[in-house]
Design a protein around this ligand. Structure first.
Ligand code: GDP
Ligand code: MG
Length: 426
């Protein structure tokens, strides 16, 4: 069984939490795109963990984790993240973590580039892209320029070091143009020496490993970072990530372009949140926003930034479901709406007096206004609900309404951050 777990909205839907739960039925969990700009928070019997680079399956014994060629890997960040997990009692070895030789290395100068460009944008336009400033866009640009270093190069450092001076010369042309001090080749070599050497034992051809696992009947899960609306092609460009967050990309980004997913589970939040900049049509402001942000604990796991929030957005979610090709949905954080007598849903957008059903081109979003509908809330604590019959009628009505409006079956509903705080709907 090959399953993609993907985000339907703007990210932070609770993908990590669902991967942690569902990984009990899988032998392998792969991350297939993105870098340490992700923040997945997982709470289980072993503690609370924040994962940026490692697949969420790392928290489950017996699961093998893969970091695929579609990823960009900050060596220092990964070494430190592995160190934190090891301190928390999580075993990590080349037995349970395989890093693709084709995955790209995020370099310290990529982080510098990210900061320089966000600051330039802020000054020049007052509108930065809202990057996490972790070098992700510049390193993906280097990948497509064919100037990046790949994890497999760590297996022959002497050869890698021969490439460093020319790459550094090329990169310094950009850095100097921003008026910054050029970077030194020896510092880059030191980065590989200190961090690369520690990671080299994990590097392999993840495609061979995954094909073998699949041929032997193993179940494989592909874990996305960020949601459909942050996809580099289908998202709200340029306020997106720089990689493909779409489930269809999962086999490519994991190392098995020859395999097809059997199913895609879309993770969709019971309300909306959006960290950083960009159009967010259904956004709440003022007191309304504060109440929802507090109830949902909406502060970024990777950055601590307060997330923008709003009610459930049918237009954006339906688009997200289509982009992901989601077969089923896990609706998360329903308990966050516990304290509401009435719940708003953004059912449509209005543009120049016309009602829109479908998510429009990004530029148009700036002029769209939300159209809200109000339904009855349950105003009760859902956190102890474990089966459908535990749910108040209004909560079940809300789930069924979202199912109908979005045209996709809801298989799981989560009512708390803990591993077992969920309801299986069928
Ligand atoms: P991801 O990036 O999609 O993995 O999501 P994040 O981990 O960034 O954000 C989801 C947050 O909601 C985390 O802090 C989770 O611990 C928390 N969470 C997940 N599911 C639930 C839920 O059903 N109820 C509540 N109250 N919190 C949840
Ligand atoms: Mg997150």
């Amino acid at each position: 069984m090959l399953t993609g777990i993907c985000g339907i909205n703007w990210g932070d839907e609770g993908k990590g939490r669902m991967v942690d739960l569902l990984s009990r039925d899988y032998d392998v969990v792969c991350r297939y795109q993105g870098g340490n700009n992700a923040g997945h928070t997982v709470v289980n019997d072993r503690g609370k963990f924040i994962l940026n680079l490692l697949p969420s399956g790392i928290l489950r014994e017996g699961v093998v984790c893969v970091m695929g060629p579609g990823m960009v890997i900050d060596l220092k960040h990964l070494v430190e993240e592995m160190g934190r997990l090891k301190e928390g009692g999580i075993a990590i070895s080349p037995e349970n973590l395989k890093i693709s030789d084709k995955a790209i290395i995020t370099m310290p100068y990529n982080i510098l580039q990210d900061v320089m460009e966000e600051d330039r944008l802020e000054k020049a336009t007052g509108k930065p892209y809202g990057s996490t400033r972790r070098g992700i866009a510049p390193v993906y640009a280097d990948k497509y320029m064919k100037k990046a270093f790949r994890m497999g190069e760590l297996l022959n450092l002497a050869r890698l070091y021969k490439r460093v001076p020319d790459i550094i010369d090329w990169k310094n042309m950009t850095i100097k143009a921003y008026g910054f001090q050029p970077v030194k080749a020896e510092d880059m070599i030191n980065y590989f020496e200190v961090y690369g050497k520690q990671l080299a034992p994990f590097v392999c051809d993840t495609g061979l490993f995954l094909n073998d696992a699949h041929a032997n009947g193993k179940n494989i899960m592909f874990e996305a970072q960020l949601g459909a609306l942050r996809d580099i092609d289908y998202g709200i460009v340029p306020y997106t990530s720089s990689s493909s967050t779409i489930a269809a990309y999962a086999p490519i980004g994991a190392g098995v372009p020859n395999l097809k997913l059997d199913n895609a589970l879309g993770i969709m939040k019971a309300y909306s949140s959006c960290v950083g900049e960009g159009p967010f049509t259904c956004e709440y402001f003022g007191k309304k926003a504060e109440k929802l942000r507090e109830a949902g604990g909406e502060y970024g796991a990777a950055t601590g930034r307060p997330r923008r929030v709003g009610p459930f957005d049918v237009v954006a979610s339906r688009y997200g479901i289509r982009c992901q090709g989601a077969d089923e949905i896990a609706l998360t954080k329903l308990d966050v709406l516990d304290g509401y007598e009435e719940i708003e849903i953004c059912t449509h957008y209005e543009l120049d007096g016309k009602i829109l059903d479908e998510f429009p081109f990004t530029d148009v979003l700036d002029d769209c206004k939300p159209v809200y509908e109000t339904v009855r809330g349950w105003n009760k604590d859902l956190s102890k609900c474990r089966k459908i019959s535990d749910l108040p009628k209004e909560a079940l009505d809300y789930i069924r309404l979202l199912e109908k409006l979005c045209g996709c079956k809801i298989k799981y509903v989560s009512v708390g951050a803990e591993r077992d705080a969920y309801i299986k709907m069928y």
